[in-house]
Write a protein that binds this ligand. Sequence first.
Ligand SMILES: [Zn+2]
Ligand SMILES: [Zn+2]
Ligand SMILES: [Zn+2]
Length: 171
Amino acid sequence: MESSQTRAAFDQHEHDHRDCIDAALTVAQEICARDGAQLTKTRRRVLELIWAHRKPVGAYQLLDDLSRERGRVAPPTVYRAIDFLLDHGLIHRIESLNAFIGCHHPRETHTGCFLICRACGATAELEDPKLDRALNDAAANLAFQVERRTVEMRGLCPVCAQTAEGSQFAH
Ligand SMILES: [Zn+2]
Ligand SMILES: [Zn+2]
Ligand SMILES: [Zn+2]
């Protein structure tokens, strides 16, 4: 089953992705103002680059991107910017890929649950408060104190599942 909504979740639908990036930057500005934090030029640019990639992107790639624009950039510059963006909920870390992706609804407190396409890398964040609650309740039922949660599902996105190429990536 595929609809424009499923493609939108993976950012694969026909659209001007610049609008997504601009919207994310605007929200980031608002959140930083709310938190009394500074969205410096570097932090803003790193966020913009993460969004521009559309798929989870690693710190080394971001370092490359930034160095291409500015000349050699020290790794801590990028790591600090990433930490800032994580702290303010503007991006998520995809643990299984050691990569980062922009959050589509950073205003709400949540832990991301992700669907990751093993063929093309497209990633969607599940936005379902019921899911959050169910996991928390299940852990609480076992008197378990959750400190960190990683929910990442690997499979095929709607586009790859539909194309013959999708199966060629199987391994
Ligand atoms: Zn987009
Ligand atoms: Zn999110
Ligand atoms: Zn895919």
